[in-house]
Structure formats: C-alpha cells, structure tokens
Design a protein. Structure first.
Length: 251
C-alpha cells in the first residue's frame, strides 16, 4: 500500500516511516526538501498519485499566532483538494489533546482550524490527538523561565514518548478510518510542574521549578485537566524512566 507522510522527515514522521516500511508498505516521506510543499502545492499531485493513505505530521515553521493559523489552514485546504483528486481513502492527522480547551493558545486555535477542515473535507479521516512528547520537556522548561526559576502550572500532565506516538499513528493509518478523534497519552499522569522538575533533576539541571497556577503554557492558562485526555484514551507503553534511559543511551 502506498502511504504518503507529510512531514515524513521530522521526529514522528521518520519513526512512523520506518515502522511502515518494515511492514513492506510503499512509504513516501514528503517534505519541502523532497519537493513536496503543502503551502504552495508544489509536488502534491505527483506525490499523492496512487496513494491510499496520507498521514499529515506537518508543522508550522513559525509559532506566531497569525502565521501558524495561515500555515495549518492553507496546508489542510491544499491537502484535501489533492487527496480528493487522487482518491485517497484515509487521511490521518496528528493533533493535540486539549487543543479545543485552551483558546488563549494561538497554536492550539490553529490546530482546531486544521481539524475542522479535515472533518469537512469529504475524505475519510482519523484525527489522533496526542499529549506533549517527552522529547520536548527541556524546551518546555526553557519556556517557563521567569525571575531565575521555571514557573509552571500544577495542572495534570501526561507526556508520551515519540516512539509510542509513531507506533500508534502507524497502527491507525493501517486501520479503517474512524471519521472521528482518538486521544493518545503516556502511561503516567502527574502535575505539570512535578514532571518537569523530575526531568530537570534527571538531566542534572539545577534550575528551581516553582508551582504557579497562573503560569502560562505557550500563551494559554492551564486548568487541572486542560492537557490530558478527559475520557477514553490509547496509552503508550513507555514511561518516563524507560524513555530517559533510552534517550541517554542514544546521546
């Protein structure tokens, strides 16, 4: 089966492509570097010819509110037009758990807009909403720096390993379209500030983590359950300790 992965050379895309290739699928890892651009439309028609499944793992190069909204809306519109012409039978889009619960966050608003375009496209689809990745904990700590401390919400957090995300995305891509949303998360849930403090301690980072209910997460306030699944979710298998051990062995 021909499967096109938009953003196929990124963190999740490269892992997903490897899994699907091992299962003997014809995988195209599409990106601007390979001549496929979902914003300009360059290379899309040729790339999608004969494809049964498209996995959209694309990400905006800018996180500025207007730019990220334009990116996801333009990309989604171009993809759905090209997919309809190519007869694609399943569109899989990676989104974010809680994206519709934190409207102050411009990136989350853009993902909601993308989801709506996917849902109205007419192409059978599955939206996979994921919690944050373990791989980005360091960047989250940096974003919370204020007054020489990392200030973070005590709201619940349930990060997931990129390897688990890729495995689930690959599995979803090979299954029948849900025409709905699947939430995925890591196996462990704890307060946001505690998980980041645990990470900083593990890497030997002496920065203090301060619990602050008013702390913003990339512009949005975090409630107790803003960033975790509210109902049924598919959980990854890799907890923090296992992920950290693997990440250190690759360093």
């Amino acid at each position: 089966m021909k499967i096109v992965i938009i953003g196929g050379t990124g963190l999740i895309g490269s892992k997903t492509a490897a899994i699907l290739r091992q299962a003997d699928h014809d995988v195209v890892a599409a990106s601007p570097r390979s001549g496929v651009n979902t914003i300009t439309g360059e290379g899309l028609k040729a790339c999608l010819t004969g494809a049964q499944v498209v996995i959209d793992l694309s990400n905006s190069p800018s996180f500025e509110d207007k730019a990220v909204l334009e990116f996801f809306e333009t990309s989604a519109r171009n993809l759905r037009t090209a997919e309809a012409e190519a007869g694609v039978r399943h569109h899989v889009a990676l989104s974010i758990v809680g994206t519709d619960r934190t409207p102050e966050n411009g990136y989350f608003r853009a993902k909601v807009a993308q989801e709506k375009l996917v849902e109205s496209s007419g192409v059978p689809y599955t939206i996979v909403r994921s919690t944050q990745f373990f791989e980005f904990l360091g960047g989250i700590a940096d974003s919370g720096m204020q007054d020489n401390a990392v200030r973070l919400s005590p709201g619940m957090f349930q990060p997931i390993a990129a390897d688990d995300v890729a495995a689930i995305v690959a599995d979803v891509a090979l299954a029948a379209p849900r025409n709905g949303i699947i939430d995925i998360a890591g196996p462990e849930r704890a307060p946001f500030d505690e998980i980041i403090a645990r990470y900083l301690k593990a890497v030997g980072d002496p920065r203090e983590v301060v619990r602050d209910p008013e702390a913003r997460y990339f512009g949005g306030l975090v409630g107790d359950l803003s960033l975790v699944p509210l109902g049924e979710a598919r959980l990854g298998k890799i907890g923090f300790d296992e992920w950290f051990r693997r990440s250190q062995s690759k360093a």
